[in-house]
Design a protein around this ligand. Structure first.
Ligand code: DLL
Length: 433
C-alpha cells in the first residue's frame, strides 16, 4: 500500500520541477520574514530572484545548529508567533536547547509524512500502535501520534519508560505495532522474556524504530527477540521530527519525503556536493515549512543517497543507513572510529549481548579505548581460560574492523544500564579535560 502514490512514485523530472517551485517559494518567505536568512543571503549576494529551479539551491548559504542556538528561542521563525500552534525543542548534550515552531499547515505536513512511513511498512487503520517514544518537547512521541491518527489507526500514547506497564498493555490491548528507539525495543524484548508471558500471546508484528543510529545486525537481534519485522524511521527536530523518511517493506533503504525535505549530500570538509551515490554529510532544505523553514541545514549525519526506483514502486530517493554523526566520530590515536563499527562487531559474535559501552580516555597523553560488553549467560563462565579466549576473540575482531586494539572488558549479563530513549553508549572522558 502507498499513502500518496502521486508523490511517492512521481517521475524524477516532475519531482525536480515541484521541488524548484517550492524552493523558490520558501526562499522568498525566509528572505522577507527572517532577518537571519536575509542577512546571510545579502552577504552572499543572492536574492530570491536568483532561484529559478532546484539546481539553484547551491547558491544558498548553509545553516548549522549553532545558528539555531544563536537565534534562541524564536528568531528563526518565518511566520508570526500568532500562527505558531506548537513548539518542540531538543536539548542535545551541551548549551541552550534548540527550539522549533510549527504552523497548522506544518503539523498537517508532519502527520502526512508519518502516515506515509506507517503505510510503507504495512500499518493500516485496523492496527493499534503503541508509541513508546517520549512525549513532550521531544518530537518522537507527538510526531508518531499525529501520523497514526491521520492514518486512522489506534494510538496507545504510552510515552517512554514504565516498562512493566508497556508490556502489560501491549499484551492486554493487542498492540500490532511498536514505535520506540531500537535500544528500548531491545529492552522491551528482554523484559517480555523475563515476564514469563509466552511471546505467542502478543500480537506485535511490526516495529518502527529510529531516533538513534542502529546497525543491520541490531535489526536482526530485535526482530528475533520480539518476533517482528523492524523498520527504520528517520528524522530530526530541526527539519520536522520523525518522518523525514522511513523504510518500506523491502528494508532496502530509507525513503526520504523529498517533496517536503530536499536532501543533498556534501563533503563535510569542502561542503561541495559529492559524486552521486557517494557518502557524505546529509543536508536538508525544508521546502514547504512555514513556521521555521530550514535552508540547507547541515545534519552532521553521514550517509549516501540512491535515486534508483525501489522494488516497492516508489521513486522517492532512498538513504542508506546512517553510519553515524560526524560529531559522534571518535578520533582515537589518530584513527577514526564510529560507534556503529563497534556495534556491528559485537552483534556479529553469538557469545555477546547487544549491550555495550565505549569508554574513551587519555592516559599519559595517549588515547585509550575500552569496550565493555555483556557476555550471554550461556557463555558466561567462572573458568578463566574460557573467558580469556573469549576476550581475545572479540579483541581481535575489533582490531581488524576498527584498526586499533581496544581494551575489552567482559561483563555479566544485565550489568549495563538499559535505555528507554536514545541510548548513551559512548563516554568520552577526554572532553572533560
Ligand atoms: O530523534 C526525531 C525522531 C524521533 C526520529 C523518533 C525518529 C524517530 P532529534 O532528537 O533532533 O530528532 O535527533 C535527530 O537523531 O540527526 C540522527 O543523528 C539521529 N537519528 C534520528 N533517526 C535516526 C535513524 C529525532 N533512523 C538525530 N537512524 C538525527 C540513525 C537517527 N540516526
Amino acid at each position: 500500500m502507498i499513502w500518496n502514490e502521486t508523490i511517492e512514485c512521481m517521475d524524477r523530472e516532475e519531482m525536480r520541477k515541484l521541488q524548484g517551485i517550492r524552493l523558490k517559494r520558501v526562499v522568498e518567505r525566509v528572505y522577507h520574514n527572517t532577518p537571519f536568512y536575509r542577512k546571510k543571503m545579502q552577504e552572499m549576494g543572492v536574492t530570491p530572484d536568483d532561484i529559478e529551479s532546484i539546481e539553484d539551491i547551491v547558491k544558498l548559504p548553509f545553516t548549522v545548529k549553532q545558528d539555531l542556538r544563536d537565534n534562541y528561542p524564536f528568531d528563526l521563525m518565518a511566520a508570526p508567533m500568532s500562527e505558531i500552534v506548537r513548539l518542540h525543542a531538543s536539548s542535545g548534550t551541551t548549551g541552550k536547547p534548540i527550539v522549533v515552531g510549527y504552523t497548522r499547515k506544518d503539523l498537517s505536513i508532519w502527520s502526512e509524512v508519518v502516515a506515509r512511513c506507517l503505510t510503507a511498512v504495512g500499518v493500516t487503520k485496523q492496527d493499534m500502535v503503541q508509541v513508546a517514544y517520549g512525549y513532550g518537547l521531544f518530537t518522537g512521541g507527538l510526531g508518531l501520534h499525529g501520523g497514526i491518527e491521520n492514518l486512522g489507526g489506534t494510538v496507545i500514547p504510552m510515552s517512554s519508560g514504565n516498562t512493566q506497564k508497556q508490556i502489560q498493555l501491549m499484551h492486554d490491548f493487542g498492540a500490532k505495532v511498536l514505535a520506540c528507539t531500537p535500544s528500548y525495543a531491545l529492552f522491551l524484548g528482554e523484559t517480555i522474556k523475563d515476564s514469563g508471558i509466552p511471546r505467542e500471546e502478543f500480537l506485535l508484528k511490526t516495529g518502527i524504530f529510529g531516533a538513534e543510529p542502529w546497525t543491520e545486525n541490531m535489526r536482526k537481534e530485535i526482530e528475533e527477540s520480539l518476533g517482528i519485522k523492524a523498520y527504520d524511521i528517520y528524522g530530526l527536530t530541526e527539519i520536522i521530527g520523525p518522518g523525514v523518511g522511513g523504510e518500506c517493506e523491502c528494508q532496502n533503504g530509507t525513503h526520504l519525503w523529498e517533496d517536503h525535505f530536499f536532501p543533498e549530500i556534501v563533503d563535510p570538509v569542502t561542503l561541495q556536493p559529492v559524486e552521486p551515490g557517494q557518502q557524505g554529510e546529509l543536508v536538508f532544505t525544508a521546502i514547504t515549512k512555514e513556521g521555521m523553514p530550514m535552508i540547507r541545514y547541515r545534519t552532521r549525519d553521514l550517509t549516501s543517497l540512491n535515486y534508483e526506483k525501489c522494488a516497492c514502486g516508489r521513486t522517492a530517493v532512498r538513504m542508506a543507513r546512517i553510519l553515524g554523526r560526524s560529531d559522534d566520530m571518535m578520533i582515537i590515536r589518530g584513527v577514526n572510529v564510529f560507534p556503529s563499527q563497534v556495534e556491528s562487531v559485537i552483534l556479529e559474535l553469538p557469545e555477546f549481548e547487544p549491550h555495550y559501552l565505549i569508554i574513551v580516555d587519555r592516559v599519559n597523553n595517549t588515547d585509550t579505548l575500552e569496550i565493555q560488553v555483556e557476555v550471554r549467560s550461556e557463555f558466561y563462565s567462572d573458568e578463566m581460560n574460557k573467558m580469556i579466549s573469549l576476550k581475545k576473540k572479540i579483541t581481535d575482531c575489533m582490531q581488524s574492523v576498527i584498526g586499533i586494539q581496544p581494551k575489552v572488558k567482559l561483563v555479566e549479563p544485565r550489568s549495563i544500564e538499559r535505555s528507554m530513549g536514545k541510548a548513551k553508549r559512548v563516554i568520552d572522558n577526554r572532553k572533560l579535560v
